[in-house]
Design a protein around this ligand. Sequence first.
Ligand SMILES: [Zn+2]
Length: 289
Amino acid sequence: MKYALMILFSSSWLYANACQHHCFAHHTQASHFIYRNDGDLEAILYQVMALQTLPSNPVDVIVIDPGHGGKDKGCSGTSSIEKNITLELSKKLKQTIEEQLPEIKVILTRDRDKFVSLKSRASIANDNQADIFISVHCNYLRNAEYFRGSETFVLGRDEGNINSEITAARENSSVSLEESYKENYGGFDPLSPESYILFSMIQNLHLDNSILLASFTEEELVKSTSVQSKGVKQGAFVVLKETNMPSILVETGYLSNEKDEALLTTKKGQNAVVQGLFKGIIAYKQFVE
Ligand SMILES: [Zn+2]
């Protein structure tokens, strides 16, 4: 009952923020169990399991995942490389949480420039029984230099949203740098659309809390950076598929945009982004506790 109420609350909360989240809220309404009544077996199982589970653990352990690293550089701006920015932002976020909320344990999936497989990143979160997982990234869109702003993804399939698919494919492509990735990811091929169809039931159970965390994060990022949000979206991100707690992937800004690149590479700009991420966590923590 409590869970159902919370879902109603979060759904209406998303609608209340419809200017930013309209597309996502619409998609959520269409695919979410509380609205699904099509007799589909998976939907029914989903309903039953979701109603029996209340994934609202207090936030005691946070795993922050600096995207890319080592041979996986991520995307590049005119003078910056994603893997370096994600590491700087993640380290600053860890430090901020530890200073402000010393009771919380914060773990980074990497603390230096090294390659870590997507599966290992998720395993670090699962093995440490993290209460939330935040994967930090930078966006890039070819021939669209005017695109800017953050966007935060939860796991899901946003069919027809080409930009979400491009982003997910780009972020997932590091899988192909891993040895024997096809065995490690159950035949997953980042270049094959069929590989994106199946998602774990476990992550579905955390969908609402992931949406909450994503929404708070975007809201606070806008406040602290004064850059308009591109919203909360669903995407087929491998790293989110493998975790079993509320999980988000934050695209902090576009390295293909001059202003976003300046924001993400200056001390002042990075501090603003980190404050946004931190306040998003605080808002989520206060809500679920
Ligand atoms: Zn990335």
